[in-house]
Design a protein around this ligand. Structure first.
Ligand SMILES: [Fe+2]
Length: 155
């Protein structure tokens, strides 16, 4: 049965496209953060291993919220590796970077997501989708806080 929630078909399609892109970016950043949790080395191993643990878990939890927001709009979730690869604008990190470089890479990815979210919120507002706007606004605050934590490793 189709969702009859007062959002027209083309706006709904646009919002699902936004949420799908956000899901893919979040999935990529989740995996990258988990990867760095496993592979970080150096003097600050313990701190960074724990910090990345907190961050990958938070990102993992967000995946379910993003996906279920898509379902609430009445669409199916793109949830295969090939679909996510197609949708994301983030780049994989193939090698194992030094610890400082890991922090920088994660920071840049969060900042990319923050900039995307800022323009996506404008679009969801225009479409009158208060639920998604509210959800993405809460998410932007979360990414901004994480970005601050990462950025604070640098003077
Ligand atoms: Fe672990």
């Amino acid at each position: 049965m189709k969702a009859n929630i007062g959002i027209n078909k083309s706006d709904s399609a646009k919002i699902v496209e936004i949420l799908s892109h956000y899901l893919a970016d979040s999935y990529y950043l989740y995996l990258k953060t988990h990867n760095f949790h496993w592979n970080v080395t150096g003097m600050y191993f313990e701190n960074l291993h724990k910090l990345f643990d907190t961050q990958y878990n938070a990102l993992f939890d967000s995946l379910d919220e993003i996906a279920e927001r898509i379902r609430s709009l009445g669409e199916f979730v793109p949830a295969t590796y090939s679909q996510l690869k197609e949708l994301t604008c983030l780049k994989e990190t193939k090698e194992v970077p030094k610890d400082r470089e890991m922090i920088k890479i994660l920071l840049e990815d969060h900042e990319t997501i923050i900039r995307n979210l800022r323009s996506w919120i404008e679009e969801t507002n225009k479409a009158g989708d208060a639920g998604t706007s509210d959800f993405l606004t809460a998410r932007i605050e979360e990414h901004e806080k994480t970005a601050w934590m990462l950025r604070s490793h640098f003077d």
